[in-house]
Design a protein around this ligand. Sequence first.
Ligand SMILES: [Zn+2]
Length: 66
Amino acid sequence: MFCKKCGEQIPDDSVFCPKCGQALNETGNQEEPATGGVQGGMQVIVFIVSIIMIIVGLFTFLDTCS
Ligand SMILES: [Zn+2]
């Protein structure tokens, strides 16, 4: 992995960067995937809702025509 502060390449299990002393706690590393997961989940929900809305709208349109 690389230090988030100075960019130095450091072992994956490092707690502190040996070069600049930046704390490399797991909390910081876990935030990004968690945030991405929430956003990804929201995108899937929005996508599904959009599909449902299109289908419902299509059926409503067909009912109006017939
Ligand atoms: Zn560093």
